[in-house]
Design a protein around this ligand. Structure first.
Ligand SMILES: *Cc1c(COP(=O)(O)O)cnc(C)c1O
Length: 434
């Protein structure tokens, strides 16, 4: 199968190039020329499969023969080795809990799959020597990416985070690892961290002496396994005979998870509509309402993983749906501010005894507002509430227990490199390690 750049249909690549480059040379995002449609009988039979079996069958179908069967089988089975429960709240809404992986955020599946696939390509390219993964983060991406590549021979990971904007629990998840993971504290904002990484990819000297790759959600390898979330929710509901008029509400930032949902739909999953939900960084919401896409500087909020002022995967959403009109047909958009997020968490905890994290809360609220009678709604829960422990305790006025998965990082020693916000310092740091 061929992949092309969202900037230019003529610029094509194979899966290996798309995944190892991340971004196309013209700055566009890779997307398959077409996604294959699953046979109807497959959809009906899916409910007899385990999560791992289903994931393998669908991903193998989506990637055709681009990855050897046994390699892909190992990658998928190890990336999907934890539960993804679909719970029903007291009000009868469904919540798909995507936070039971090693770092307790939904990104674990995508980053683990990508890390293993990149490692497969690395072993076929001895000339690369080391693969250097650069990742800017406001919290969740850095921890998921760092843990996915940790102790992988031949891979170095550089996590860049803004000095004042990442909470302690999330920081320990990548900064205590050490070994092949370097945590870099930048004296600047998340947008500054992102610019430093982008500059590194444009720097010809760096790119001749070392093999750089991006682990951001622009990497197609992160989007493919996330499709499974939607198929998995569908099969759980199939057992309850509730799959007609299925609606998914997704907490959105760079629109990677939404893109994966649209890809699942193109492969034949019957989804009636998606609900994209943002916080006050409501760039996509404004696009849906007005037809104009206007990136803005990122504003900090209490749902930090939703703080994106320029959603990376926007071009993929446009390409998959074609026009603004069609986007409005398939996606309803919502946006909530911090006060509304707090109100939703408190109310749901009080009335339903279900604790939403601030990211999940936006999706849960939008589902309640948007769902019509007869429809079945699923809100995607993207992070465990204890990841933002102090904040959550303040909101519900109760103390939370830190799950073992998060507590295990807390005793560790932090290894942090402090850096001014400037490209020269970053470049030297990379060259010194090359
Ligand atoms: C990354 C993240 C999101 C946003 O996902 P996108 O694919 O960037 O839209 C939502 N919630 C949490 C907890 C995240 O970590």
């Amino acid at each position: 199968m061929l992949y092309h750049s969202t900037n230019n249909y003529q610029h094509t690549a194979r899966l290996e190039q798309a995944v190892t480059r991340g971004l196309a040379p013209d700055g566009g995002l890779y997307i398959p020329d077409s996604l294959p449609r699953l046979p109807k009988a497959f959809l009906r039979n899916m409910s007899a499969m385990s999560l791992q079996e289903m994931a393998y069958a669908i991903i193998a179908f989506a990637l055709k023969d681009d990855v050897p069967e046994d390699v892909l089988h190992d990658i998928v089975f190890s990336a999907f080795d934890f539960e993804i429960p679909l719970v029903k709240t007291a009000a009868g809404n469904h919540v798909l809990e995507l936070f039971h992986g090693p770092t307790m955020a939904f990104k674990d599946v995508g980053t683990r799959f990508m890390a293993r696939l990149l490692n497969h390509y690395r072993t076929r390219h001895p000339e690369w020597k080391t693969l250097n993964v650069l990742v800017p983060t406001s919290g969740d991406t850095g921890s998921a990416v760092a843990n996915s590549f940790w102790r992988m021979p031949g891979v170095n990971v550089y996590v860049l985070y803004p000095r004042d904007a990442v909470n302690k629990i999330q920081k320990t998840q990548f900064a205590t690892l050490g070994g092949n993971v370097t945590a870099i504290e930048v004296n600047g904002s998340y947008d500054d961290c992102k610019s430093l990484v982008e500059e590194a990819f444009m720097d010809s000297e760096l790119n001749t002496v070392m093999r750089l790759t991006s682990a951001m959600s622009i990497n197609y390898a992160r989007l493919v396994p996330q499709m499974i979330y939607y198929f998995w929710a569908y099969t759980q509901l199939l057992r309850e005979q509730k799959v007609n008029d299925l609606v998914f509400a997704i907490p959105c930032s760079n629109l990677g998870n939404l893109t994966s949902g649209l890809m699942a739909q193109q492969m034949g999953l019957p989804v009636k509509r998606f609900i994209s939900v943002e916080n006050q960084n409501n760039i996509f919401y404004n696009y849906v309402k007005t037809g104009v896409f206007t990136p803005k500087p990122t504003q900090y909020s209490i749902a930090p993983a939703l703080d994106a002022g320029c959603p990376n995967n926007f071009a993929r959403v446009v390409e998959l749906l074609g026009s603004h009109e069609n986007i409005c047909r398939h996606i309803h958009a919502y946006s909530y501010d911090d006060n509304q997020i707090i109100e939703t968490i408190r109310q749901t905890y009080r009335d339903e005894r279900y604790l939403l994290d601030p990211h999940t809360a936006v999706a849960y609220r939008a589902l309640a507002e948007d769902l019509q009678p007869g429809e079945t709604g699923v809100a995607l829960a993207t992070a465990h509430p204890a990841k933002l422990k102090t904040l959550m305790e303040g909101i519900i006025n109760e103390s939370l227990i830190l799950p073992a998965q998060l507590a295990r990082f807390m005793g560790g020693k932090m290894h942090v490199v402090k850096m001014p916000n400037g490209f020269t310092a970053f470049k030297h740091l990379l060259l010194d390690n090359a």
